[in-house]
Design a protein around this ligand. Sequence first.
Ligand SMILES: [Zn+2]
Length: 105
Amino acid sequence: MKLTTLKPRLQTAGGRLAVLQPIRPNTVQRKRGWAGVQDRERIRKRDCGLCQECLRQGLTSVGSDVDHKIPLWKGGSDDDDNKELLCITHHKEKSAREAKDRARG
Ligand SMILES: [Zn+2]
C-alpha cells in the first residue's frame, strides 16, 4: 500500500469537519438579556433545581444550565416545554452530540 495516497484524503476529511451548516433563516432566536434570565429562572424553579437527565437515570444532581431539548437550529421552539434543566456534565455531553450532528448536516 502506498502511504502517499492516504494523505490527501485525510486532509479533505479534516477540512470538511470544520464546516458548520449555516443557520436556517427561519430559526427561532433564543431570548437574550433580561427576558432570557427570567426564562431560565422559571425553568430552574419548575425543575426544582435538579438535572432532568440525571433524574431520568435515577440520580439526583443539581442542575446548572437550562437547555433546549430540541435545539433551536433544528427547529425547536423557545417555549418552556422545550426546555429543561441539566447538570454541567449532561449539558456538555448534549452540546457535544449536537455539535457533531450539526457538523454532519
Ligand atoms: Zn445530569
